[in-house]
Design a protein around this ligand. Sequence first.
Ligand code: DC
Length: 229
Amino acid sequence: MTAEKGTRLIIAVDGPAGSGKGSVCRSVADRFGLAYLETGAIYRAVGLIALEQGLDAPESLAEAAAEMPFTFRALGGGNYGAFLGEREISDDLRREEVGERASQVSAIPDVRQALLGFQRGYGGSDDAILDGRDVGTVVCPDAGLKIFLTASLEARAERRALELQAKGEPVSLREVSARMAARDARDSGRSHAPLKPAEDAVIVDTTPMTKSESIERVAALISQKISNR
Ligand code: DC
């Protein structure tokens, strides 16, 4: 959906790990023809580079973030891929150790700063939906619609454990839950751009919802926004 000049609609969807942001956003982006950016993939790409190149110092990590040839591409059929140059890194990014490292590097202010321009410019003049932790609070504080998607730790850990087990990763619910609780604490407790709902965000608690119910709830909010524009 290409917006009239000056009327670009940005939809910010923030929330903790495992809240279902990715599947909800992919689905509504396809339905409403929105450009979609999973901002967590950018932090995960920095985490992957940190692991592969053994980077540790904040300056080296910020430099890597500023220089990495990251792209996020719609591959058709509601699928998206993350790339460094022409190397597709989508599967690497889903690894638990990469998510952990991403959570650590994302607490470094200079790394966050280096990634702001890419996020703000994403989609050019098209309507766009971005998901992450601080899209509605820091990246796009003027977003036309802000949604905070959340769910209980138990529900999120169960969803993530099932997802990892389906991919053949031998994880227990207890370890996924412990790692997620630690990641929640780090993402919410950091001083710079912590995970928190924007004051004007609509809170959607998906604990009692199926994936398709979450999608329909968010789709209804977007429809309402578009019809009131
Ligand atoms: O959404 P995710 O689990 O893929 O994100 C991975 C990590 O990246 C997460 O632990 C925190 C960080 N992140 C962030 O700090 N800000 C964002 N907008 C998105 C992700």
